[in-house]
Design a binder for this molecule. Structure first.
Ligand SMILES: Nc1ncnc2c1ncn2[C@@H]1O[C@H](COP(=O)(O)OP(=O)(O)OP(=O)(O)O)[C@@H](O)[C@H]1O
Ligand SMILES: [Mg+2]
Length: 253
C-alpha cells in the first residue's frame, strides 16, 4: 500500500518562502492513487499555498513534487492540467456573466489541446458539448443550464466550481475548502456530491469542517505551521495527541 508506484501525488521536502517568511517548512505528503485524502490545519498554516505549488501556479523554494511518479516540480498549470491534474479555489471562480453550461464548455475547451481543421473542430465541439452535458448532470445543475452563473445560489456556485474542476476529465483533483461558507446541511450535501462525482479519482481536499471531511476521507494529513505533523485514518487523527494540542492552540472547527 505504501509502494511509491501507487502514489498519485508525492511531495518531498517542500519549502516555500515569501520574502523572509517561511510558510512551508519541509512538507512530506503522499496521496495514493484513488485515495480521498483530506488536508486540515489552522488558518494560515499554508494549505492553499501548498495547492498553488502542486498546481504549478507558484514554484517551491525547495523540494520535489511528483505526479504519478514523474517529477512535475517545475511544470506550469497548463502542462499539469494535460497530465490530469485539476484544482478548485477557496473562493468561487465561475464566470458570473456566462451561463452554467457556457462555464462548463469553457472548462472543457480549456483542458483540450488545440485541434486544427474544420472537421476536427466540429467533432471537437460535439465532444465538448457531450462532456459539458455529462458534467452538468453529475453536479445536479441541468435545470439551471441557461441561468447566469452569477445568479445561482452560493451552494450551486460551489457545485459549479466542482464541475469546472471535473470538466477536463482530470484523474487527480485538488479541492480547496469546497464547503467554505456553507451551513451544515449544505456542506453535507456538497460532500455527498464530491463523493459521488469523484469515484475512482484521486482527491486531495482542504477542509475546515473536520466532521464533514472525516466522513469522506480515507486518510487525513494535518498541516501546522508549515509542516505535516500527522497523517492517518480519520480515527487515528482524532485520537492523535499532537493534533489535539495543535487544534486547541488556536483552531476551533
Ligand atoms: N503571495 C503571498 N505573499 C506573502 N505571504 C503570503 C502569500 N500568500 C500567502 N501568504 C501567507 O502565507 C500564509 C499561509 O497562507 P495560506 O493561504 O496558504 O494558508 P491556509 O492554510 O490556506 O489558510 P486558510 O485556512 O485561512 O485558508 C499566511 O500567513 C499568508 O498570509
Ligand atoms: Mg486556504
Amino acid at each position: 500500500m505504501t509502494d511509491t508506484m501507487t502514489d498519485a501525488l508525492r511531495l518531498t521536502g517542500i519549502e516555500k518562502r515569501f520574502g523572509d517568511t517561511r510558510i512551508l517548512r519541509g512538507v512530506d505528503l503522499s496521496v495514493r492513487a484513488g485515495e480521498r485524502h483530506a488536508l486540515i490545519g489552522p488558518n494560515g498554516a499554508g494549505k492553499s499555498t501548498l495547492f498553488s505549488l502542486i498546481a504549478g501556479e507558484r514554484r517551491p523554494s525547495a523540494g520535489r513534487i511528483e505526479l504519478n511518479g514523474a517529477d512535475t516540480t517545475r511544470l506550469a498549470p497548463a502542462a499539469l492540467s494535460r497530465r490530469g491534474l485539476a484544482r478548485s479555489f477557496q473562493t468561487t471562480s465561475v464566470f458570473a456573466r456566462l451561463s452554467v453550461i457556457e462555464n462548463l464548455r469553457c472548462a472543457v475547451l480549456a483542458s483540450q489541446r488545440g485541434a486544427a481543421g474544420f472537421a476536427a473542430r466540429w467533432l471537437g465541439s460535439r465532444r465538448v458539448e457531450a462532456r459539458a452535458s455529462d458534467v452538468i448532470e453529475a453536479i445536479g445543475l441541468a435545470d439551471a443550464a441557461h441561468r447566469e452563473a452569477g445568479a445561482l445560489g452560493y451552494a450551486e456556485q460551489r457545485a459549479l466550481d466542482l464541475g469546472l474542476a471535473l470538466a477536463g476529465g482530470a484523474h487527480t483533483l485538488l479541492l480547496d475548502e469546497p464547503t467554505a461558507g456553507m451551513n451544515r446541511a449544505e456542506a453535507a450535501r456538497a460532500i455527498e456530491l464530491i463523493r459521488a462525482t469523484t469515484a475512482g479519482k484521486t482527491l486531495l481536499i482542504i477542509e475546515h469542517d473536520m466532521d464533514a471531511v472525516f466522513g469522506l476521507a480515507d486518510r487525513v494529513s494535518v498541516l501546522v505551521q508549515g509542516r505535516v505533523i500527522a497523517t492517518g485514518t480519520p480515527a487515528a487523527i482524532r485520537a492523535d495527541a499532537a493534533v489535539r494540542e495543535a487544534y486547541l492552540g488556536g483552531f476551533v472547527s
